[in-house]
Write a protein that binds this ligand. Structure first.
Ligand code: GDP
Length: 603
């Protein structure tokens, strides 16, 4: 049957404990779907008779190995066959390192998984391990076949008890099976035709089950996702266009689309699509290298993720639960510094917990584990140094996939299962909405920078209570002002009794006080101003909060140390000794600002 239209193909992984009937199920499925070359079944049967071996449907797979017959191809770990509805690629039980690696890296794809359990033997190690592996690999559809029902007299009660037990296990690892069905692969009960010996059963057959799996959505049909690779600026002839460039991972893009960039939450509309060379295309889709201009002059950094407003949003978080496959010679260990690369984002990362690990070859499990060895796949909680925009593998696998770099080498890959809440989440959500709603003026930030000869920067001066931070902050303001800078010192009281007048000054409101302070500073930063703030004893969490509400790359932190003491609490960019002469302190502060590119024309 030659057809010019490509037939739909679905890849299904078949898992389960050894001897529970996986090969029998595949062999019998082929035999009963009439795809075997003519006479082949009889050939295998008579060979068995001649050699005095009982016939096994699994032998069919061996007999067909490396043979390319019409509608069926079988090799070591895969069986391809044409069913009436569509083509199937059945992948063998996944006890292979390459299998895991290819699925984690996206080199191969599995649309669904089928787990086979022996009704008599019940749930065994690999029944559980395979189920767990499928969930770590992000396979979204999993169905269970309770096989060998003939050995338990086709009893409904036996089937129900096992189905319930295994569903409970799956629920514990966050998986809900699409279906659990009874069968006898050897007897051909409920494989392709309706079962004759299980009148109590009205549900789907194994083939119905396969036909019911949904194909993975092609990338182009997913939500729009484009990691920003670069922003190119035109210069000269009054052309101030900026082209945002990257490769579209999923979805499509058209002029007029409203985009939201994450993690910043900034928003603008696509003005034009650009092509080099050639005319601008009307639309671009997944897989395309894209360039576009926006109707607003946004400051966008590489690593932002472009998405379309109104479509499912990516998560922005400092904590992720992910399945990690490790390839490094040195094991992955909690507490060590790694770099996580997702799209064009690069974020320092640490593992805070390894909930369970699984050896990809032997499927041996350890839970919880203190490290992830080479060729293990593990369920980990990651903590990131900066908020990252990511999708869960269920929503958009293309932007759920990441690699881990250990000392410049790619040492692992992973899949984001979910973004977890982190302490800054409530404030971040407010900031995302603020940035989404933000109205940009006609004056781009760059033009303000050029005129003022500075880049807006928030200088936070903190330290122990007994140091005179306020004096230093005011002196810095005066010095910068005298050298022609646009600078403003925000007195804490000015905010406390003004913007914060409705907030009681109690510990429970500390985060809200800081958020409002950062919002005020953020407005001044947007105006192009260098802002100086002094506050006593800011802790790491306080700084994290301020860096969530104000642009983190525009914040510098200075710790003013009490004379002769040490005990720095905040992660300071500069530590000053309160005992040193004021001029010397100011010079060091100025040098810090020059180093940060805040003071443009100071040599
Ligand atoms: P695999 O290791 O999971 O691929 O298991 P096989 O397909 O090789 O089957 C292992 C053994 O179980 C073989 O001897 C099969 O004949 C037998 N078997 C498979 N399915 C059934 C079944 O439905 N009923 C019975 N009684 N035996 C089965």
């Amino acid at each position: 049957m030659a057809s010019s239209l490509p037939r739909a193909q679905l890849s299904v992984v078949i898992g389960g404990h050894v001897d529970h009937g996986k090969s029998t199920l595949v062999g019998r499925l082929l035999a009963d779907s009439n795809v075997l070359p003519e006479g082949r079944l009889e050939q295998v049967r008579s060979l068995c008779e001649r050699t005095g071996r009982p016939f096994e449907y699994a032998f069919l797979l061996d007999a067909l190995k490396d043979e390319r017959a019409q509608g069926i191809t079988i090799d070591t770990a895969r069986a391809f066959f044409r069913a009436p509805k569509r083509d199937y690629l059945l992948l063998d039980a996944p006890g292979h390192v390459e299998f895991v690696k290819n699925l984690v890296t996206g080199a191969s794809r599995a649309d669904a998984a089928l787990l086979v359990i022996d009704a008599q033997e019940g749930i065994q190690d690999n029944s559980r391990r395979h189920g767990y592996l499928m969930s770590l690999l992000g396979i979204q559809q999993l169905a269970v076949v309770i096989n060998k029902l003939d050995l338990v007299g086709y009893q409904e009660a036996a089937f129900r008890a096992l189905a319930e037990e295994y569903t409970r296990f799956l629920a514990g690892i966050g998986v809900e099976p699409v279906q659990v069905i009874p069968a006898s692969a050897r007897e051909g009960e409920n494989l392709v035709g309706r079962p004759a010996r299980m009148p109590w059963y009205q549900g789907p057959t194994v083939l119905d089950l396969l036909d019911g799996f949904l194909p993975s959505r092609p990338a182009v049909e997913g939500p729009f996702r484009m990691p920003v690779q670069d922003v190119y600026k035109f210069s000269g002839d009054g052309d101030s266009r900026r082209i945002v460039a990257g490769t579209i991972e999923s979805g499509t893009l058209r002029p007029g689309d409203e985009l939201v960039f994450y993690p910043s939450g900034k928003r603008a509309r696509v003005r034009t699509l650009e092509a080099f060379p050639g005319p601008a295309p009307a639309a671009l889709g997944a897989g395309c290298a894209a360039g576009f201009t926006l109707d607003e002059q946004l400051y966008l950094a590489r690593g932002e993720l472009a998405t379309r407003a109104g479509e499912p949003r990516p998560a922005v978080s400092l904590r992720l639960r992910a399945g990690i496959f490790w390839l490094g010679r040195r094991p992955l260990v909690p507490g060590r510094d790694y770099l996580l690369k997702l799209g064009t984002a690069r974020v320092p990362m640490r593992v805070v917990a390894i909930r369970q690990s699984l050896d990809a070859a032997t499927l041996a499990t350890r839970a919880p584990a203190d490290s992830v060895a080479r060729h293990e796949i593990a369920d980990c909680i990651l903590e990131l140094a900066r908020p990252l925009a990511s999708d869960s593998v269920g929503l958009s696998p293309h932007t759920a996939r990441f690699v881990i770099v250990d000392e410049l080498e790619i040492a692992g890959g992973g899949l984001v299962h979910e973004a977890l809440a982190d302490p800054q989440m409530p404030v971040r959500e407010k900031v995302l909405l603020r940035n989404y709603k933000w109205e940009t003026s006609f004056i781009p930030a760059e033009r303000r920078s050029e005129r003022y000869g500075q880049r807006p920067t928030l200088v936070l001066i903190t330290g122990p209570r007994e140091t005179d931070r306020k004096h230093l902050a005011k002196a810095l303001e005066a010095r910068l002002f005298d050298t022609g800078r646009v600078v403003y010192y925000i007195g804490m009281a000015n905010v406390l009794y003004g913007v914060d007048a409705d907030l009681a000054r109690e510990a429970a409101n500390r985060a809200e006080h800081l958020r409002r302070l950062a919002e005020v500073a953020n407005l001044l930063l947007d105006a192009g101003v260098i802002v100086v703030v002094s506050a006593a004893e800011l802790e790491h969490e306080d700084l994290d909060l301020i860096r969530t509400a104000a642009p983190p790359d525009r914040v510098v932190t200075v710790w003013l140390e009490a004379a002769g003491q040490s005990g720095v609490r905040a992660d300071a960019d500069l530590i000053l000794d309160a005992g040193a002469p004021l001029d010397a302190q100011l010079e060091r502060l100025e040098a810090l600002l020059v180093g940060r590119g805040a003071l443009r024309d100071v040599s």
